[in-house]
Design a protein around this ligand. Sequence first.
Ligand SMILES: [Zn+2]
Length: 165
Amino acid sequence: MNKGDHVLNALLLGIGIGVLLDPSLSVDTLSTIGMVTIPVVVGALFPDVDTAFGTHRQTLHNALVLSGFVLFPVFYGNLYYVWIGIATHFVLDLLGTQAGIAVLYPYDGMFDVPVGVNVDSNLATLVTVLVTGVELVAVAGLIRYGYGDLLRAPALWDVLVGVLP
Ligand SMILES: [Zn+2]
């Protein structure tokens, strides 16, 4: 997707996650929205830095980059929620390009899904909003079933440690 749609997706996703995490609709909800939305927007903008450095839709559009941002909070205790922006950027690029992204970079094969719209299509923004809705339903499910902490990422580690023998 283009930059505007990535930002729209990240803003709606951040606000939605903030409300889902703190549905009290109080000042605390506003604080939670800020805490989540800013890192998600930063994460959603980051992959396209490879338009300037490296090869676009390859160097920073892959599982290594996503894994780095999932694990970073575990080791350093900051950059929470940035991974969500990275992940949603990849989802939108898979649905909004013809070429796909290099998920397994440095292996240079490009991966794509058989459905989607052209980034320049009039439908791109509609698809972006629909994808955001699906993502928020998934987030609501995680929170509903007690896995809301996964969204911060470090808890992912706790869960893995908890289920491993
Ligand atoms: Zn991209």
